[in-house]
Design a protein around this ligand. Structure first.
Ligand SMILES: Nc1ncnc2c1ncn2[C@@H]1O[C@H](COP(=O)(O)OP(=O)(O)O)[C@@H](O)[C@H]1O
Ligand SMILES: O=C(O)[C@@H](O)C(=O)COP(=O)(O)O
Length: 427
């Protein structure tokens, strides 16, 4: 297998988001979970997205994991490696976007890495280095209350500088609008000034197309799905992509079995989607405190609730709650401890549901999805059709339970009726 584009994603929902964008924009793509075992049969594709669960781990660990994935991708022919981060730049001051970006830069021989989380289709735009989420500055958006990475600064040059060794530059919108040659010239000028990375402005998809073209011969970049869109369109436009058969319809072939949703995301979009779903299907709200203090009992109560209902239709089990309730729990048990314990409990519930015949599974939340996919031991996914921007139907490859259909929903993605729409596409 020789690939054109490699990507390392810092979480699993983000990986499926990028794989969806690359597929939609002309690159056949497979999503692996970590570096796959050599015996795993992977299709011949243009792009591979290696999913890692490194968004909230210590930087050194993230750098080691990302560097191994990069080597694996380069060994398979990837001339460009995109480090896929969250479109809302989820990270802390001790976060991994800076350290991983600089490690990939060093491995590629230095230079300035272009960084942009812009993803206009989901309302993420960058202007003068500041990130806006659906028109609100990042620090005024719901991301200010994220349970693990509360984002309290919209100035990405400042955010990235706090995580980086080298100075951070800006590729402003006027430069981007001038075209790929101007972007490359700006990168050269920043390199001469000693910058290691630069935030690039982008508001419209045409800005991302220009950035993609500017990066065609660059070895590395850091960004969200919008940059993936730019790179994919540039690769297709340059004639470097062989024409292949569209496999998304095949990836969604029915699998039967029961259907379930497990939610650990406390993002505002997920909370709205749960409230809407509650009007039409059974929803069990877990007691988050009991998941910390009496997990086995709370889990087995959830499983017997599910057992009575899932024969007759899809069910939802959610730990999700409001920002106030999250901070109350965190103040009593600690942020890290409560997050990880709830992830472990939701992953156990998902795995037990699969053991009881669920074959169509939707997971809401990035960390929650990572914990669940790891618990199920799924090595890779084929990419099916898009449910909502950033969320495709996935078909598992190589897992012991047999083929399943899944969706890994980033907390903030999807319309109000996301769960009903997704379930209707997964038969
Ligand atoms: N009721 C709750 N109280 C505190 N933390 C919670 C609760 N429910 C879920 N969590 C934790 O919040 C985090 C949500 O992160 P994640 O799954 O990545 O969702 P998102 O995609 O919305 O960011 C997880 O660590 C999860 O375990
Ligand atoms: O880029 C994005 O916004 C998503 O792909 C993503 O990574 C979101 O993260 P979670 O909300 O933690 O799933």
């Amino acid at each position: 297998m020789s690939i054109l584009l490699g990507s390392i994603a810092d979480d699993y929902t983000g990986a499926s988001d990028l794989a969806n964008t690359l597929t939609k924009n002309g690159l056949s793509t497979v999503q692996t979970v970590g570096i796959p075992d050599p015996s795993l049969p992977l299709p011949d594709v243009d792009a591979v997205v290696v999913s890692l669960k490194i968004r909230s781990v210590v930087a050194d660990e993230a750098v080691v994991a990302a560097s191994r994935a990069e080597q694996w991708l380069r060994d398979r022919g990837a001339a460009h490696v995109l480090y896929k981060i969250c479109s809302t730049f989820d990270s802390t001051d001790a976060g991994n976007i800076g350290p991983v970006t600089e490690a990939l830069r060093d491995a590629a021989g230095g230079g300035v890495v272009l960084v942009t989380p812009a993803f206009p289709e989901t309302g993420r735009t960058v202007y003068l280095g500041h990130l806006f989420v659906n028109g609100q500055p990042l620090d005024e958006s719901p991301l200010k209350d994220h349970p693990l990475n509360p984002m309290r600064d919209a100035n990405l040059m400042r955010v990235l500088a706090r995580q980086s060794r080298g100075p951070i530059g800006l590729i402003d919108l006027a430069t981007v609008a001038t075209g790929p040659a101007a972007v490359r010239a700006r990168i050269e000028a920043l390199r001469a000034e000693g910058a290691t990375a630069a935030i690039a402005d982008a508001i419209f998809e045409r800005d991302l197309e220009i950035l993609g073209e500017a990066l065609l011969d660059a070895p590395v970049s850091t960004g969200a799905s919008g940059l993936g869109l730019g790179l994919a369109r540039a690769l297709v436009g340059s004639g470097r992509v062989p024409s292949r058969v569209d496999t998304t319809a095949d990836a969604v072939r029915p699998v039967g079995g029961h259907a379930a949703v497990v939610a650990g995301s406390c993002s505002s979009a997920t909370l709205r989607q749960l409230a809407i779903a509650e009007q039409a299907m059974p929803v069990l709200r877990l007691d988050p405190e009991r998941l910390l203090t009496a997990a086995p009992d709370e889990i087995s109560a959830a499983l017997s609730w599910a057992g009575e209902r899932m024969e007759t239709g899809p069910i939802i089990i959610a730990a999700s709650t409001t920002p106030d309730a999250v901070s109350d729990l965190q103040s009593r048990y600690g942020r890290e401890i409560s997050g990880r314990a709830i992830e472990a409990a939701t992953a156990t519930i998902a795995a037990e549901l699969v053991a009881r015949g669920v074959r169509r599974l939707i997971v809401a939340g990035g960390e929650t999805s990572g914990a669940t996919v790891d618990r199920l031991g799924i090595p890779a996914f084929l990419i099916g059709p898009e449910i909502a921007p950033g969320v495709p139907v996935l078909r598992t490859i190589g897992n012991s339970q047999g083929e399943m259909l899944m969706a890994l929903k980033s907390g903030n993605f999807g319309g109000d009726d996301f769960f009903a729409t997704a379930l209707a596409m997964m038969r």
